[in-house]
Design a protein around this ligand. Structure first.
Ligand SMILES: N[C@@H](CCC(=O)N[C@@H](CS)C(=O)NCC(=O)O)C(=O)O
Length: 273
């Protein structure tokens, strides 16, 4: 039996959730990083396994699982290792309620809107290039036209949302309200459901850590319960193993930006898989 494969991207939020869940479960896999900046996720072979053209995708002998939360739940249900779902129904209800609130966060729009520095500028301005890649692939693969059209429409919405000050302000205000609630919830608990780390904590660890990468780490440091929660999560071996990133690592981002911007350099610059 071969090892499962995880198609991911080192800095991706959703991929970090999948990697953290798999690390918590102790699931061994072959990681294959998809070059999101170069549009590798829009290649037909990838869109055929992940029609939204996003990472992560988990491919095992049993199944192909798309989406970070689905991957963590799949790993929890099908692999040995510590249970990430409480057996107690009341705790499961608490877990599901916080999973639902986590899933409602427009993380990718916020990340692209707020990511500081050169990387942020590149991200916000990169949509036309991405749409060109999608259009080219669509022209070459007319049978996949519908999938490509949906992705193009998705990118246009995303581009609008992360560049529109009013939308960004609203998203940030909603995030603040959510963090106030979570901070209150976690005040007298180690983890979301009590003493055991659960699927909800896999998600919330990555969301809270993400604030630092987005350049809005003050949303965590100004809320001592959130800061303490992140410190507890960082102390777990899975955090480093995943790894969950607290900042954009230039060693990962710059080669990919160069590959995307100067395509003839591609054969000279490899991708860290
Ligand atoms: N809900 C999905 C979101 C996946 C997602 O949006 N992934 C981003 C990276 S964090 C991606 O691959 N974006 C590339 C694109 O949309 O072009 C999940 O949790 O897996």
């Amino acid at each position: 039996m071969s090892l499962p494969k995880l198609y991911h991207f080192h800095l991706s939020y959703a991929a970090q959730i999948a990697r953290l869940g798999l690390a918590e479960k102790g699931v061994a896999y072959d990681g294959f990083s998809i070059d999101l900046l170069g549009g590798e996720n829009y290649e037909p072979w990838y869109m055929e396994i992940n029609p939204k053209g996003v990472v992560p995708t988990f491919v095992s002998d049993q199944d192909t699982v798309v989406g970070s939360l689905n991957i963590v739940r799949f790993a929890d249900a099908h692999f040995p290792g510590p249970q990430l779902t409480p057996t107690d129904q009341a705790k499961r209800d608490v877990m599901e309620a916080w999973i639902a609130r986590h899933q409602a966060v427009p993380e990718r729009e916020l990340t692209y809107a707020l990511l500081p520095g050169f990387e942020g500028k590149m991200a916000r301005k990169g949509f036309p290039d991405r749409i060109k890649i999608l259009q080219k692939n669509k022209d070459k693969q007319p049978h996949l036209a519908e999938m490509y059209d949906q992705k193009i429409a998705d990118l246009k919405r995303w581009e609008h949302d992360c560049n529109d000050p009013e939308t960004v302000q609203k998203m940030e205000a909603e995030l603040d309200a959510l963090f106030d609630d979570f901070s209150q919830h976690i005040a007298d608990r180690t983890w979301v459901t009590g003493d055991e780390y659960s699927v909800a904590d896999v998600l919330w660890t990555v969301l809270v850590a993400r604030m630092h990468m987005m350049g809005i780490g003050h949303k965590v440091t100004q809320r001592p319960n959130l800061a303490a929660y992140l410190e507890r999560a960082k102390a777990r071996p899975s955090f480093k193993q995943a790894p969950v990133h607290l900042k954009v690592l230039k060693s990962i981002a710059l080669p990919l930006i160069l590959r995307a911007k100067i395509p003839f350099l591609r054969p000279l610059i490899g991708v860290k898989r």
